[in-house]
Design a protein around this ligand. Structure first.
Ligand code: PMP
Length: 369
């Protein structure tokens, strides 16, 4: 018997991957149409010299669009850096910790913990808050944050991709610069970047194909790197060279430019926020009602980007993942560290994909009481 498979246009399936994840279809189509000959240049963007005029225009426009769409203040520089988000785990302490030799971290998930561990190589690291004792199902309240007054910076991860929790407030650190990993919720809502020393994000969820991190840094924090900091991880060098000390990830930057145009056409970050609230509500409302599935995160901490849930029975979870895959919903298996299921519903996920998933879950529940 043929399975009913929910295909989107162009035989695309609903991809709930945590990253790399879905890109907007119009972006892929535009990239495809420009693949072999970009605007009459006779070559692909992949084949261009990064020093050419035609490429410089792509680069400058992308950066300007990013500044406008994310309202990046003039105090902050935008950098395109290689090594994904993970290289920033080291770059941040290398560049910032010399102020006092100390830095404070909120450990609310796997990636915050990895960042904290990496930072320990470079100075005195204090855990300002941890949710490890409750398997990272919640976000600490402001009153729980123990930030040292002489910390060079306070670090947190805005959205915990694996656990499906999201900070709903910007911590008050009494003047200690805030460094924030927004890899999995960047560009999903308006953010006041001026409140942060650094906001950075690996691009492979809401911004572009993998291969880059966008770093938005208050310029006054740069220029104090530890002496052994590699040139390519030195924020001041990257500022001075406008992210082109060496060959940048040219094509990823071009794709980011196309995604920014799509975000613009959808009403900017305010438009993205409206959609993300709508998407998340469809799934969480159902999870509240469901007798079979339970949301993994506490209600006040729930992420609008990564919805984690489970049945409580590992075999049934596995059955759900298998059947959902066969029905055209891919990558719903939870991260190996936590099990269960995870639906990553980033900017490019159409509302229809979430409605179809909710209906599929209802159907599964009806057949697996
Ligand atoms: N931070 C967060 C919040 C993430 O979700 C990820 C990857 N999923 C990372 C950091 C690591 O990113 P990368 O693979 O680009 O190094």
């Amino acid at each position: 018997m043929d399975m009913v498979v929910f295909f989107m246009a162009n035989d695309r399936i609903y991809n709930f991957s945590a990253g790399p994840s879905m890109l907007p279809l119009p972006v892929l189509e535009r990239a495809a149409s420009e693949m072999t000959n970009y605007k009459g240049s006779g070559m692909s963007v992949m084949e261009m010299s990064h020093r050419s005029k035609v490429y410089q225009e792509i680069f400058d426009e992308t950066k300007a669009d990013l500044r406008r769409i994310l309202s990046v203040p003039d105090t902050h520089e935008i950098l395109f850096m290689q090594g994904g988000a993970t290289l920033q785990f080291a770059a941040i302490p290398m560049n910032l910790i010399s102020a006092t030799g100390k830095a404070d971290y909120a450990v609310t998930g796997n990636f915050a913990k990895l960042a904290m561990k990496e930072a320990k190589k470079y100075g005195d690291i204090h855990i300002a808050a941890s949710t490890e004792d409750c398997s990272h199902t919640r976000i600490p309240a402001q009153s729980e944050l123990d930030v040292r007054a002489d910390a060079s910076y306070f670090y947190y991860c805005a959205n915990n991709t694996i656990y499906g929790t999201e900070w709903k407030y910007v911590p008050d650190t009494h003047g200690v610069p805030i460094v924030c990993d927004m890899s999995s919720d960047i560009m999903s809502k308006p953010v006041d970047i001026s409140r942060y020393g650094i906001v950075y994000a690996g691009v492979q969820k809401n911004m572009a194909p993998a291969g880059m991190a966008v770093v938005m840094i208050d310029r006054s924090l740069a220029g104090h790197e530890l002496p052994f900091t590699p040139t390519l991880m030195n924020y001041q060098t990257m500022i001075d060279k406008d992210s082109m000390y060496n060959t940048p990830p040219c094509y990823t930057i071009y794709m980011l430019g196309l995604v920014l145009k799509w975000v613009d056409s959808m009403g900017g970050v305010a438009g993205m926020e409206k959609l993300k609230i709508e998407r998340a509500k469809i799934l969480y409302d159902y999870l509240e009602d469901s007798k079979l599935f339970k949301a993994a995160a506490e209600p006040e901490a729930r992420s609008d980007m990564n919805v984690t849930f489970r049945t409580g029975d590992e075999e049934l979870d596995a059955k759900f993942v298998k059947e959902s895959q066969a029905a055209g919903f891919s990558n719903l298996k939870g991260h190996r560290a936590v099990g269960g299921m995870r639906a990553s519903i980033y900017n490019a996920m159409p509302i229809e994909g979430v409605v179809r998933l909710r209906d599929f879950m209802k159907d599964f529940e009806a057949h697996n009481q």
